[in-house]
Design a protein around this ligand. Structure first.
Ligand SMILES: [Zn+2]
Length: 466
């Protein structure tokens, strides 16, 4: 009894960072393979990087975000020394139609403070019950000759955008340039300054600016721009970023994870944004992986902030009228893990109850029929523009028109600016609900996040700084 009490007490005590970790960063590289019904993890290698930039006070992730959870366990005490929730390209891909037909593999990395002693590494996946279930475990001796300790190469040039203090106590944001030639270094620096400037004018990032360090990494490309397979454009850019991920025209990802990790290993970082030098609108964002954003399209400021909402804070898309490649992203009757979308299975215990305005009915009424009519009509026109290869200017004109139509419509809603549960979110018109009628995660209209998204972002900032 006494022993059990002591053990449970020790499990709640904070971990003394220096007892367990050297202060450097270790990277676990692996292949994540499978299809719609099975998945496998295979070790690639262990790699030593530079100083650990993450928290030394809160190495264990208590946010319960992510489709997956990575943990580092001390086998002698069974205590979790480090953990981090995340989402992945694999986790999205397995919900697409392609996963029912073929197997694929994706390279992934987990970065964690280098342990002093042997540890157990585990990967867990969230089930439909909302709980994490182990899919992989391995033992690592960090002092073994299987850890690559060779010097990290520096293929690019780093510059400081914002310096607020010790990386261990700040969010270290690294913006990596893709598709910028050697001569375009100053353009890259100007793009980073312009877009991070927008980020720090947007709440809640504006009031938390002092919690961030921002650096830029210029990786020179032979040619400007990135690959665009639908137009037959191919670029041998350093990170292999490309339009048309999952055959979705404006979804931009890279599968060259190891090249990316090696290039970034020279800088301390907690969060990555891959900013690419292209006129065409497009991007993407995956929680605790990275976000991507086209630098030169008219809505780039919106996109930079929206995609960072995904990758930094695990926010879900609140929209549902756009075409996406996922068949089964949010299955029926399953509560999404993202903080800003709910299936409203238990209205009495709504996950954003603390932000709920009193006397706001649940679900909260709004004129969804009128919004949908306008929005679906616009989606049809957008598909038509895409089919005939319309110019970016024409597309941006269409975006402006949508804003002029939908912004007054949403602002006229009786519950505009109030927190409730509005039906239509997470790629589903029915059965999923968002916290406010409008938000940066819903449309391109607002210049701030809804109250629930803001809280979600601040909670993640705290994880790195408190
Ligand atoms: Zn929101």
């Amino acid at each position: 009894m006494l022993l059990a009490t002591l053990l449970s007490l020790s499990a709640t005590l904070p971990i003394d960072f220096d007892d367990h970790f050297t202060g450097k960063t270790l990277r676990f590289d692996y292949h994540h393979s499978g299809n719609a019904t099975e998945e496998h993890i295979a070790l690639d290698r262990y790699r030593l990087e530079g100083p650990w930039a993450g928290s030394r006070i809160r190495p264990v992730d208590d946010t319960n975000l992510g489709k997956y959870l990575f943990t580092v366990i001390d086998p002698s005490t069974n205590r979790t020394l480090y953990s981090r929730g995340f989402a992945s390209i694999y986790g999205e891909w397995e919900t697409t139609g392609e996963a029912r037909e073929v197997w694929r593999t994706f390279h992934e990395s987990q970065r964690f403070p280098e342990p002093r002693h042997p540890v157990q590494l585990t990967l867990r996946k969230r089930g439909h019950d909302g709980l994490f279930h182990e899919i992989y475990a391995t033992r690592l001796d960090p002092t073994s000759r299987f850890v690559d300790r060779s010097q990290v190469r520096s293929p690019g040039e780093l510059h400081t955008v914002l310096e607020s203090g010790d990386p261990a106590l700040k969010v270290d944001l690294l913006v990596v340039g893709e598709g910028y030639t050697r001569d375009q270094r100053s353009k890259f620096q100007a793009d980073v300054a312009r877009l991070t400037g927008v980020l720090f004018q947007t709440e809640p990032f504006a009031r938390r600016k002092d919690d961030f360090n921002v650096r830029g990494l210029h990786l020179p490309s032979e040619q400007a721009g990135i690959s665009n397979p639908r137009q037959g454009t191919w670029r041998a850019s350093p990170l292999g970023l490309s339009f048309n991920a999952f055959d979705s025209d404006r979804y931009v990802l890279t599968y060259a994870n190891q090249d990316l990790r090696e290039a970034c290993a020279q800088a301390p970082y907690d969060a990555l944004i891959l900013l690419f030098n292209d006129r065409k609108y497009g991007g993407g964002g995956i929680f605790n992986l990275w976000s991507t954003c086209a630098a030169d399209s008219e809505p780039a400021p919106y996109l930079f902030v929206h995609e960072f909402g995904h990758s930094f804070a695990g926010l879900a898309d609140e929209y549902y009228t756009s075409q996406v490649s996922y068949d089964d992203f949010n299955p029926d009757g399953v509560e999404p893990w993202e903080p800003n979308v709910t299936a409203l299975l238990d209205p009495a215990h709504l996950k954003w109850a603390q932000d709920l305005d009193a006397e706001t009915p649940l679900p909260t009424p709004w004129n969804q029929a009128a919004y949908d009519e306008a929005s679906y009509e616009y989606q049809e026109r957008r598909a038509e523009y895409r089919a005939r290869g319309a110019s970016e200017e024409a597309m941006e004109e269409l975006f402006r028109e949508v804003k002029e139509t939908t912004q007054p419509m949403l602002e006229a809603e009786p519950y505009f600016g109030r927190v409730g549960a509005f039906e239509g979110a997470g790629y589903r018109a029915k059965g999923l609900f968002r916290p406010e009628v409008d938000c940066i995660m819903f449309t391109r209209n607002p210049t701030s996040f809804c109250r629930v998204c803001s809280r979600g972002i601040e909670r993640v900032i705290d994880r790195y700084t408190r």
